[in-house]
Design a protein around this ligand. Structure first.
Ligand SMILES: O=C(O)CCC(=O)C(=O)O
Length: 255
């Protein structure tokens, strides 16, 4: 995208994002792209599970379902060409650049795999606490639904408007030190609204918005891939988990 590229998001969509802190678009990815993404993530999960070591189990394994399944896979954009192509999709990137400015990288990416029948909720958190960008408006997550995400199977919920406030220190339980979360006394002050997303469509969210996902109570998978884009002028100063800077993937140049 350049300064002369026509806008993809309407003035109303831009105003909604500024006011609420998140925005769901219509379908951006066709079903072939989504099917390939699901197949690739399934193959990757199988290979990963076959070779998982004990140190990785606590971080990667879903604790709430009987079958050993992975709750997530890290760095699909760095590791797999198909996800790199998805993160470079011109419409997706055009929307990202309209929202945070031209010239972006994927700072981190992850595939969330919520297995059927009980896989865990993700507690309330702010992505900006995890990544700590020096410009709080310079980080946006594009969350691409691989399956339809519904209230029953564990869609995202947002506390609209919280992106305009501070980033709070998060806490974690001893058994899940990686699951950083908002202290409950703060989280409970803000009502959460569900944001169902159809497969192939995208939820964009500001790095500071409070959000969570519910447990998967359905008999079906709820998979999604999240691309965490960083504007080229922003730096993640002191992230609260470890992210390998050599795995940042530049998507577009500033122009
Ligand atoms: O997909 C999920 O369950 C959580 C996603 C999330 O928190 C994020 O993309 O920032």
């Amino acid at each position: 995208m350049t300064d002369n590229t026509p806008n993809l998001l309407s003035d109303q969509q831009m105003a909604d994002y500024r006011q609420k802190g998140h925005l769901t678009t219509n379908r951006i990815f066709d079903s072939q792209t989504i099917d390939t993404a699901i197949r690739e993530s399934e193959d990757w999960q199988q290979a990963f599970l076959a070779d998982i070591d004990q140190a990785e189990e606590t971080y990667f394994l879903e604790q709430e379902v009987a079958e050993p399944t992975l709750r997530k896979l890290d760095q699909p954009v760095y590791e797999r060409a198909h996800f790199r192509r998805m993160a470079s999709h011109p419409v997706l990137v055009g929307c990202v650049e309209q929202l945070i400015g031209i010239g972006v990288s994927v700072y981190f990416s992850q595939i969330f795999c919520k297995a059927p029948n009980g896989s865990a909720a993700k507690p309330v958190h702010q992505d900006n606490f995890y990544f700590d960008p020096d410009n709080k408006d310079g980080l946006i997550t594009a969350w691409v639904a691989l399956d339809d995400a519904t209230v029953d199977n564990g869609c995202l919920f947002f506390a609209e408007g919280t992106h305009l406030g501070p980033v709070y220190p998060h806490v974690a339980t001893a058994d899940q030190p990686f699951n950083l979360q908002m202290p409950p006394d703060i989280a409970q002050q803000y009502p959460m609204s569900p944001a169902p997303v159809d497969s192939g469509s995208v939820s964009f969210h500001h790095g500071s918005i409070f959000h969570q996902s519910s447990a998967n109570q359905s008999p079906n998978w709820r998979r999604a891939v999240a691309f965490h884009y960083l504007h080229h002028q922003a730096r993640c100063v002191a992230p609260n988990l470890t992210y390998d800077p050599s795995k940042i993937v530049k998507i577009t140049d500033p122009s």
